[in-house]
Design a protein around this ligand. Sequence first.
Ligand code: ADP
Ligand code: MG
Length: 710
Amino acid sequence: MKIADIKNPVSTLSGAGPATVKALSNLNIFTIGDLLSFYPRDYEDRSHRVSLNQFELSKKIHTAAKVISHEYFGYGKMKTLKIIIRDETGSASLIAFNRSFLEKSLPVGSIISVTGTFAVKYNELQSSSFEAVMISPDGNLEDYKNTILPDSGIIPVYHLTAGITRKILTKLISSALKQYVIGIDSEVPEDIIKKRALLSKKDAIKKIHQPENLQDVTEARKTLIYEELYLFEKTMLKRAYTHKGALPGIDFKEDAKDERYEISDTQNDFSPKQAALLETLPFSLTKDQLAVICKMNEEIDRGYKERASLTQESTAPLFTMQRLLQGDVGSGKTLVALFASLRVIDWGGQAVFMAPTEILARQHAENIAQYTEKLGIRVAFLTGNVKAAGRKTLLKALKEGEINILIGTHAVFSRDVVYKDLQLAVIDEQHRFGVLQRQAIIEKGKQLFNNTYACPHLLMMSATPIPQTLALTVFGDLDISTIKTMPKGRKPVITYLVSEGHEQNAYNAVRQELDKGHQAYFVYPAIEESEDDSENESIKSAERAFTELSKNYFSNYKCALIHSKIEEEQQSRILDDFRYGKIQLLFATTVVEVGVDVPNATCMVIEQADRFGLSQLHQLRGRVGRGSSQGYCFLIYRKNITENGIERIKVLKETTDGFVIAEKDLKLRGPGEITGTIQSGDLQLEIADFSRDHEILLLAREDALKSFSN
Ligand code: ADP
Ligand code: MG
């Protein structure tokens, strides 16, 4: 039996009265199974005595003592009992707020066991937070020197709510264990339990609640964490299998290995439209671009071949590509995606590109239209803003297969958008999409064949490198490719740190660049002026800077303002003007953070740079240095910059390697960040923690993959 199958209500346990049941339900505990998988959040080591003279603040005393006398202070209802005690090493007072009943249960002269935290107050050692039970109504302390005190050992600490005490919970769990633990089976196969030196589930559940020593705790935790991660990976792989018709690679760095392709080796592998595009490119592909393209070609072809050889009897899902492509800003991911699109188009299918914003989508559309001008394929653009008549014609053409590539925002997956034969979905900069969201997109292009089906190929693109933990969890159903080599001739952006008050230096440098015919960005943390309450200091705004700087310092240059409160169509127009050089200087917020591609822009000034996150600054900086000219970035930091802020901008000055920056970013933000992203997405963990239990996660993945392929 699985623990989750023990469905008997908690109320059937003796000692679980209505009030207790209600309190438990506040903890989401309804069944015996819930109760047994309500794991302690911590343990208290009471295996040794801690006598009164060993007292430290917040450390618990655990000792045998004699009750010397009872005293009272306060009057009437406020009257409070004070119990004076003495152990072998000293004396202290127990302040029994609202516990006058202790007068009877801890009588003068009795020997008691005391556990609690103490502090020095009014010249004596006092505790108002203690547990105490009588061991004997009288006798000598001497005689209890070596006895085991009640409630000794390793004590589980649970996360409790009002209405339930540890004592009651412990009692309930103990009786649940007695009745049910025998029937609990492991969900991890026997051979893996052996191989990984785990406990059986029975033992693990017993030991997590009733450990005899710390070793028990360690073993039980390891077993339960392993099981949780193993089951998680199995679920993940099952999902992957239904989309992909195959399992994702165990080594998600597979493609980062040095299996490199040379153009000459692979030229024959290009399909007609791919070859035609290659001809027209004014540059050659980087090695990593080529490697990914070849890998994708293989997979797309495999999908078609499986379809072609499909028989009436086939029931397994057909193979498709499910891939995440990570590559630093400017590494040329869009082009790679276009090559994949051409492959499916050559096979007769359609491709769709989805970008997170209208601006990015439009830019993709323009780029791709340029690349494909001479290839004789049809590209269309669709966002929520494409209305009525235009939209109707477009949808009709799409349904009839006259459009080869559709590009747009999430509108490309709206209900009324029907594809004739969608074979590839490219999703840009939306790598935070969870598994379930991906599933919804994939369903859109799912095609049925006799007794089985095929999903469209999926290519997700991310400029933010994916740490290993995410690769095994959020992206555990995808294969991952990495582009590390940058296009030839790219020079790393030179970054200067400028302290507030010395902005003129940066401004002068910008003017020099503009005079050379280049363009520049100014980036601000806010759109309009406002006070930052926490710091009582103003946040610099794009609006204000635009008004001031475009009138005086940069009055000889063509300036424009862009931010998210400006209508999207207007934003697009501004960006177009910037792209075609009609605007030289763009005052912006982080709307320009991702994807904007203007190679002639060589300069970026980020004001109050320490208000931004590390990865965000890296993305922003990625907007410059995209052409053959040297790029510059000026980070202007505030006078009251924090330690963490200094760390961040220093990293940026020292490196332009997105992978180094991403790792540093994760460190500076702490591990909670990863777990947060994952857990808000697709699942809840009871005991495991993806980042903390990374090592176990790797093993669980390996085992789950093996058991799946058997
Ligand atoms: P990102 O990976 O950030 O999405 P893009 O696809 O926007 O990068 O490419 C950045 C720029 O680099 C584009 O202008 C693109 O045309 C250019 N580019 C792409 N591949 C190469 C290459 N192999 N050599 C030179 N320039 C390239
Ligand atoms: Mg891009």
